[in-house]
Design a protein around this ligand. Sequence first.
Ligand code: URA
Length: 478
Amino acid sequence: MTADGRGTAGRAAQTVRSAQTVRPTTATSRRRPRVEPFAAVDVIATKRDGGRLSDEQIDWVIDAYTRGVVADEQMSALAMAILLRGMTDAEVARWTAAMVASGDRLDLSAVDRPTVDKHSTGGVGDKITLPLTPLVAACGAAVPQLSGRGLGHTGGTLDKLESIPGFRVALTNRQFVRQLRTVGAAICAAGEGLAPADRKLYALRDVTATVESIPLIASSIMSKKIAEGTSALVLDVKVGTGAFMKSLDDARELARTMVDIGTAQGVRTVALLTGMSTPLGHAIGNAVKVAESVEVLAGGGPADVVELVLTLAREMLGCVGLSHVDPADVLASGKAMDTWRAMVRAQGGDPDAPLPEARERELVRATKAGFVTAVDAYAMGVAAWRLGAGRARKEDPVSPAAGMVLHRRPGDRVRPGDVLYELRADDASRIPAAAEVAATAVTIGRTAPPPAPLVLDRVAAPEHPRGGGGRRRRAGSG
Ligand code: URA
């Protein structure tokens, strides 16, 4: 930003038509009314009519929205036009760069180890970040994890960590860098100054039915990861009923878009596409997921969680020249657990404190014999959310103790009376609505289903040389 509050956009866009004088809204602009180089309505109309936004239009609209000059209703119209019309590769790259430029970009050069992060697009039962971050740090890298909170049926890493007594998710940039130097791992909230345009835009998309756009999802995720300053990034793009991306084609497109963006910005980026039609592991919720993550760090835990943790760890280590380190050995040695404990302590938490327990528990049992053929991730995610593990609005609190524990997974044999899953809540009145949706999740058949692969595809830059200019489809367009 320049001193008068204008970003690169304002400077780049002097010669363009449709200038508009706007009513000043920020402190800076109140002092000095300015002439805006574009009218928001023209930018919206360009995209509404299927046109391509110029670099200058993109820079300006992101900058002006961050300054409060482009109104929420204008940005929601533009987001809807983007959702319906798509964006070219070049537009997505510029949109992301403008969102990064709307705030600070962290400098992690003081961290004396290679930095590598992981981002999951969100799934049910996903707790991978908790064991993976200390594991990769124990292998010799530094893992700068800026995470978020849950919204809707998927949980958020910060909500899980806050179930550990004393754990602080707010770190200053200085504390974050210091912890990366001393422990190698830090999981905390992104500061206000990081990609502020995305912070505003994501909240707006959430209430205007414009989340499900591949260009907007890709640029939102990547702007935050690029601003965080990591040198490498492994993306876990979830596919299935419990994920944003329901089809493999959409997930591939999202993965390619993000890999292209990261690569263009100098961040070594790889994406794995992983299944999310069944919840990961047994635990869905906050404290229950922490407990399951600690089991993994102690050398146990569900096989699918351990497999995904090790697969992602190998990818992350490969990105930063540490592929000679075997994360399975490091996990077995107990060093990852030591790093977890050091990280929890460094952030004010007590790794030995008991985790919150739910007051109300209900066991749901099988009524017939056979094999579990499906446990639907979306339905189970909604059930955990109704129990209080998730929030409907950003400002809602979550219950650390609420959630689900799956006792049977696809492929398991069951007899009548066997426990299928357990519902946990602080408040018994939450159980009936959760039980109703969970009852639709489990299918029992006569034969065991074939094992479902966890990793469905891998997308990395050299395998996908793509030029700009191809039109992006929107999510859900098949
Ligand atoms: N997560 C994000 O950070 N942004 C999106 O748009 C969707 C998921």
